[in-house]
Design a protein around this ligand. Structure first.
Ligand SMILES: Cc1cc2nc3c(=O)[nH]c(=O)nc-3n(C[C@H](O)[C@H](O)[C@H](O)COP(=O)(O)O)c2cc1C
Length: 216
């Protein structure tokens, strides 16, 4: 094989790998991850509420496990402007980068006064919770509520950006307990939802003291 041929093969392999990685990345950001429907087992009114926004299903799957564990009501937020296509992805990236907090959101009517403890579950967008969660907090009063933030992500969150979310919860009269960041993994080595959900429940179990201490 001559030198030119070798170079062509190497370049071809690099391009093929890059294209495959791009397709895989596109899938991870646009394909919906299914999870079982959630229904509460008990009839007594729930004192815990799990609020979730999820663009591709990972955070919703985790939120359902959290709701099951705490026998909580589950409230899903929708924000069609950040749909699972390239324009939704672009808008999500642009708004997150500009640290937008206000965006139209849709969800079933909810009366927060019924609850003591509220889990807010969100994907991480540019190192902070996704915009629909900020809007949910802006739109509600969290007086006498303990608030726990759960974020899923592929790489990391930063305290600098996420602390502003804590400030917003406090401005809306909530008692912010803690934040749990659950790392799903990079593009090519994502954890299964089952593994991620177990990690989240295990991490929450370790925080039972602070969670229940503050909600009782
Ligand atoms: C616009 C955008 C920005 C993102 N930025 C981050 C980030 O800063 N840190 C991180 O860990 N993951 C980031 N991700 C990845 C998502 O947080 C991750 O895939 C999340 O688990 C998806 O949750 P979902 O399936 O519930 O939407 C970003 C995703 C999008 C769409």
């Amino acid at each position: 094989m001559n030198k030119k041929m070798k170079i062509l093969i190497i370049v071809g392999l690099i391009i093929t790998t890059a294209v495959l990685l791009m397709i895989w990345f596109y899938r991870t950001q646009t394909v919906w991850i299914k999870s079982e429907p959630y229904e509460r087992n008990s009839n007594i009114p729930a004192k815990t509420l799990v609020v979730v926004y999820s663009r591709t299903g990972n955070t919703l799957s985790a939120a359902k496990e959290v709701a099951k564990y705490y026998d909580a009501d589950l409230l899903k937020i929708e924000a069609p402007q950040y749909d699972r296509n390239m324009s939704g992805q672009r808008l999500a990236a642009e708004h997150a980068d500009k640290e937008v907090t206000t965006t139209p959101i849709q969800h079933d009517p909810i009366d927060l006064r019924k609850y003591d403890l509220i889990f807010l579950c969100s994907p991480t967008w540019w190192y902070r919770p996704a915009i629909p969660l900020w809007s949910f907090v802006e739109n509600h009063d969290f007086a006498h509520k303990q608030v726990f933030l759960i974020m899923t992500g592929n790489s990391k969150k930063t305290d600098e950006k996420t602390d502003k979310f804590k400030v917003l919860v406090e401005q809306k009269n909530g008692n912010f307990i803690n934040v749990l960041f659950a790392r799903r993994g990079r593009v090519h080595w994502q954890k299964s939802p089952k593994k991620l959900n177990k990690e989240i429940i295990d991490a929450l179990k370790k925080q039972t003291d602070i969670i229940f201490q503050s909600s009782n």
